[in-house]
Ligand binder design. Sequence first.
Ligand SMILES: Cc1cc2nc3c(=O)[nH]c(=O)nc-3n(C[C@H](O)[C@H](O)[C@H](O)COP(=O)(O)OP(=O)(O)OC[C@H]3O[C@@H](n4cnc5c(N)ncnc54)[C@H](O)[C@@H]3O)c2cc1C
Length: 442
Amino acid sequence: MAKGKKQPKRILIVGGGYVGLYTALGLQRKLRSLEASVTVVDPQPHMTYQPFLPEAAAGSIEPRHVVVPLRKVLRRCHVLTGRVTKIEHANKTATVESIDGHVQQISYDVLISALGSISRLLPIPGLAEQGIGFKTVGEAIYLRNHVLSRLDLAASTDDPELRRKLLTFLVIGGGYAGVEALAELEDMARYAIRYYDNISAKDMRWVLVEATGRIMPEVSAKMGVYTVKVLEKRGIEVFLDTRVKTLENGHIVLDDGTEFDADTVIWTAGVKANPMLQQTDLPLDERGRVRCTADLQVAGLSDAWAAGDNAGVPDLSRIKEDPTATCSPSAQHAVRQAKRLVPNVLASIRGKKPKPYFHKYAGSVASLGLYKGVSDVLGVIRLKGFLAWLLHRGYHLSRMPTFNRKVRIMFDWLGAFVFRREVISMGQIQDPKTEFARAAKS
Ligand SMILES: Cc1cc2nc3c(=O)[nH]c(=O)nc-3n(C[C@H](O)[C@H](O)[C@H](O)COP(=O)(O)OP(=O)(O)OC[C@H]3O[C@@H](n4cnc5c(N)ncnc54)[C@H](O)[C@@H]3O)c2cc1C
């Protein structure tokens, strides 16, 4: 580089999820030549569109299509597959551990923290051993295979107690992730049992346990009550104001005294900010999120930005009623914050003023299985059943990044509509070396 010529800024995006991907896509489109380089670090080589995980688990969408390969779409960025383990913004360095354990230090000029959230576990005996979360495409694939394989096992056993346990499925946590996972998986299992001559719908037991007095806080209370009714009509047991006391060895004890055995326990009772933030010198709020200003800058620091589930961003749409209000962890905020982040980072690099993030809650949509849904748009238009389900699909399809993924998902839906659901359990994926090891012994 010739003397006196400006060096390109090095932008480091930590996390290639919703915020990371959308921000990198925007920056690679809008950055001028040699203005800045962009590096994205994520332990996964892809971004996951989480709102489609329930449909991927239920077999309506091919799981590969709910993820977006980072290297393929971020052609003008540098993608590093690794885990950031430390950030020292004072020295502008991040420590990255790659999958093979190799550790390297990366220097940067501008930091964007997009680390998202992780499942919030409680100290319930047996939870870590028996439970599984519902945040990754791996968990969605596992659960699909697991639920279908429980049907196979139940159909093949003579032990009535074991059969009852295999056919009992428990979901803990009644937010949209839990309700959608439960509704989609139950719908899939109900469809699949037509191919089992000794299992009927009443042999299965699906249970939802929620600690508060309502489910789906994302929709209005009225729609929450409606959702409970829909689930109960399908034979799903919903326990409100109830907590799980223990899950040891698959024996479930609830705090109202109810006891039963379940072989499947899905934990969706909330998320917390990525704990990696504790290994940084970024200021954190009481919920462990990066403390941000309304224009998405990290409070009190220059050249540091954050957005999405890992950021405590003031919610300007509610600031009059509650001056301490911050944005909730949702895709709705994540995608819009990423869209604001791009011009703000560019403005700051170009010596201009960034603008504040403002978004008023636009409502929620949720799928309750094939052709069934619930939605609440702007708190005014409340839809149920087929129309709500259509809105759910249309809305999420419009939010799914890249044209390629949108088209593939549409073809998946078309295929499932024409040929109906695919109900094969690919359980071998869970333990692919079994057959080879058996062959080696013979
Ligand atoms: C099943 C489910 C359904 C949902 N449905 C809806 C819905 O209908 N509507 C809605 O608004 N919201 C929904 N959400 C929430 C929404 O998906 C999240 O709010 C959104 O993904 C947050 O985006 P993010 O970029 O902050 O985090 P994420 O998209 O989670 O991205 C975080 C990224 O950081 C990476 N990462 C983690 N640790 C490290 C590290 N140490 N170093 C580098 N990278 C790291 C992760 O691999 C990940 O790629 C749903 C969530 C789930 C789980």
